[in-house]
Design a protein around this ligand. Structure first.
Ligand code: NAI
Length: 245
């Protein structure tokens, strides 16, 4: 378990990022919670602190190189290490491929793929010196199998899997592991609002016959972040109820 480790989590203030932050904190890690909204980021830090954990809020945009450097600097100034980086911040701008707008392509690739590149590069400089690191990228089942109406999102998540494997090879000699977690359909406000018919169609594709939870994803991250998971690198861990094997 990541006891006394310093974990930087992007997109930490809600959804899957929030669950990952709470789970890492409950396991003993100190959390550097990065997000764009100050009130929401302060709220997750307050929640962690109230539960007896340690956390620091950093307001930043993962697509801005200076912000990526800033979040690692903040962790270093406050705690002197960065052991774990979870690249979780992500967005969707869905649409039919033939009519997809350039700005929707660019926005999704920028947050989901370039953001992970910038934060990984900033964190790796520190992890290389420490000769220890765990980088965990939150990909998606649709990056493995594709999904109509999500060309930009699927390309970004498939790209993230390529980045994971390349960085795993490059950083291994410094004792830094790089892995991805690929969630299936996760119960969120968005999936709650789907019509029953759509939910039933979705469920028919999932052998375990339920949507995943943010905690299912957090558990997988916890496993990969653990000190004794150090012989796993370049892996894509599917957490999808069997939807894609
Ligand atoms: P969400 O939309 O609830 O949370 C994303 C968080 O990232 C938000 O707090 C947002 O402010 C932050 N964020 C967005 N752009 C940012 C930027 N440029 N810089 C810093 N922070 C930024 O999303 P959710 O559902 O929790 O997803 C988290 C990750 O899991 C994403 O990478 C998503 O692609 C992935 N995922 C989600 C699935 C789902 O069913 N919800 C399924 C598969 C993957």
């Amino acid at each position: 378990m990541p006891k006394d480790k310093i974990a930087v989590v992007t997109g930490a203030s809600r959804g899957i990022g929030r669950s990952i932050s709470l789970a890492l904190s409950a396991a003993g890690a100190t959390i550097v919670a990065v997000d764009m909204d100050k009130a929401a980021t302060d709220a997750i830090v307050a929640e962690i602190t109230a539960a007896g954990g340690k956390a620091l809020a950093v307001i930043g945009n993962v697509t801005v190189p200076e912000d990526a450097e800033k979040m690692i600097e903040a962790a270093m100034n406050e705690y002197g290490r960065v052991d774990i980086l979870v690249n979780n911040a992500g967005i969707t701008r869905d649409g039919i491929f033939l009519r997809m707008k350039d700005e929707d392509w660019d926005a999704v690739l920028s947050v989901n793929l370039k953001g992970a590149f910038l934060c990984s590069r900033a964190a790796s400089k520190v992890m290389t010196k420490q000769r220890f690191g765990r980088i965990i990228n939150i990909a998606s089942v649709v990056g493995q199998m594709g999904n109509a109406g999500q060309a930009n999102y699927c390309a970004s998540k498939a790209g993230l899997i390529g980045l994971t494997k390349s960085n795993a090879r490059e950083l291994a000699k410094r004792n830094i592991t790089v892995n991805a977690v690929a969630p299936g359909f996760i119960a969120t406000a968005m999936t709650d609002a789907l019509p029953e018919k759509v939910k039933a169609e979705l469920m028919a594709q999932i052998p375990l016959e339920r949507l995943g939870t943010a905690d299912d994803i957090a558990n997988a991250v916890l496993f990969l972040a653990a000190e004794n998971s150090g012989y796993i690198t370049g892996h894509v861990l599917s957490v999808n109820g069997g939807m894609y094997m």
